[in-house]
Design a protein around this ligand. Structure first.
Ligand code: PLP
Length: 361
């Protein structure tokens, strides 16, 4: 890693591996000998189509995506798909189950409401969203069960895939996709805004079991219909070519690291070290999430004396540790440690936190 670059603990948009950024920089003016940047060549030309196909194949290999699932590279952010998935997976009059574990799952419910009768199958709101639920009351007649495996703001994560019986399971994996091995066959649909573990914002990755594509008899413009995007290989209209290209580079980077087993083990070790430092700080720092529900990607924490927050942020930034300020809804601090953050960065943060606690404890 380039020692000149500070460690970036930002929750997003986009925290990419330096190797990926460096390759994009090398290729920016002349991609694949075309004499143009990847953003300037036709998305229907041979070079781009080859790259796009390779990115999909690389992702299929990395995640072990079965053939009966389609993979889409779309736009609109995860937020658009909160609504669009309801339009596609539920017929008018259907009801759908939601697990509510924090900010993003609440928003998923709200955005789906114009298109489906939503029902809360489990909620941890009464516990201040400090854990994920142990029991989910799935309605066997629900069109789907939606959940948010990793709540980016609250810092909770499911460490097991919920049981949904025959009800298709739909997951917003925006902030934990590709962070560990995953059994894709347990899901009806997985979607993710690209901007944490994949690439830049403005690209959405969607993995959908093909039998779910023809579900709704609802009249809908082509642009909203997943089946049409599948028929046209995500090129119903101009795709986010730059995002698709960077996602492809990231997939190759993950493979070069050793794949999702290696990445998953790395993420487990990083999170374990950081939580141990917080828990072992004698109360100087604290994380309020139930230990079994703690996120490996987003680690919110508080200082025992909130009056030190500004100083903590100033000094950490001077020490080359960026973007530790917590989400405005919760305050405090948050260290996001996505795939691109190596253990060395987490160790640098832990060392800084120890020094700071010693000086101000
Ligand atoms: N879902 C989760 C879990 C997120 O972290 C985010 C934020 O990036 C979103 C949804 C919203 O994504 P977008 O801004 O791409 O609509």
């Amino acid at each position: 890693t380039d020692p000149v670059r500070p460690w970036n603990f930002s929750a997003g948009p986009a925290v990419l591996a330096p190797e990926v950024l460096a390759q994009a920089q090398r290729e920016l003016l002349d991609w694949r000998g075309t004499g143009a940047s990847v953003m300037e060549v036709s998305h229907r030309g041979r070079d781009f189509m080859d790259m796009a196909e390779e990115a999909e194949q690389d992702l299929r290999t990395l995640m072990g995506i079965p053939d009966r699932y389609a993979v889409l590279f779309l736009q609109g952010g995860a937020t658009q798909h909160f609504a669009q998935l309801a339009m596609n997976l539920a017929a008018p009059g259907d009801s759908a189950d939601y697990v509510v574990t924090g900010h993003w799952s609440q928003k998923a419910v709200r955005e789906a409401e114009p298109y489906v009768r939503t029902r809360v199958a489990a909620s941890t709101e009464a516990d201040g969203f400090r854990r994920v639920p142990s029991v989910i009351d799935v309605d066997p007649g629900a069109a789907y069960l939606h959940y948010t495996p990793n709540e980016t703001i609250h810092g909770t994560e499911f460490h097991r895939i919920p049981e949904s019986g025959d009800v298709p399971l739909v997951a917003d994996m925006s902030s934990d996709i590709l962070s560990r091995p995953l059994d894709v066959s347990r899901f009806g649909m997985i979607y993710a805004g690209a901007q944490k573990n994949i690439g830049p914002s403005g690209l959405v990755l969607l993995i959908i079991r093909e039998d779910l594509l023809q579900r709704t008899g609802r009249p809908m413009a082509d642009i909203f219909r997943y089946a049409r995007h599948v028929e046209r290989d995500s090129m119903l209209n101009t795709p986010n070519t730059w995002g698709w290209y960077l996602a492809g580079l990231t997939f190759k980077w993950i493979a070069a690291q050793g794949g999702l087993d290696v990445i998953g083990e790395r993420n487990r070790a990083k999170a374990e070290a950081l939580y141990a430092a917080i828990d072992g700080s004698g109360g100087f720092y604290r994380n309020d999430i139930d230990p079994d529900s703690r996120s490996r990607m987003n680690v919110p924490f508080r200082l025992h004396d909130e009056a030190l927050n500004t100083l903590f942020l100033e000094e950490s930034s001077q020490a080359g540790l960026l973007a530790l300020k917590g989400h405005r809804a919760l305050g405090g601090m948050r260290a996001s440690i996505y795939n691109a953050m190596p253990m060395a960065g987490v160790k640098a943060l832990i060392q800084f936190m120890r020094d700071f606690a010693q000086r101000h404890g």
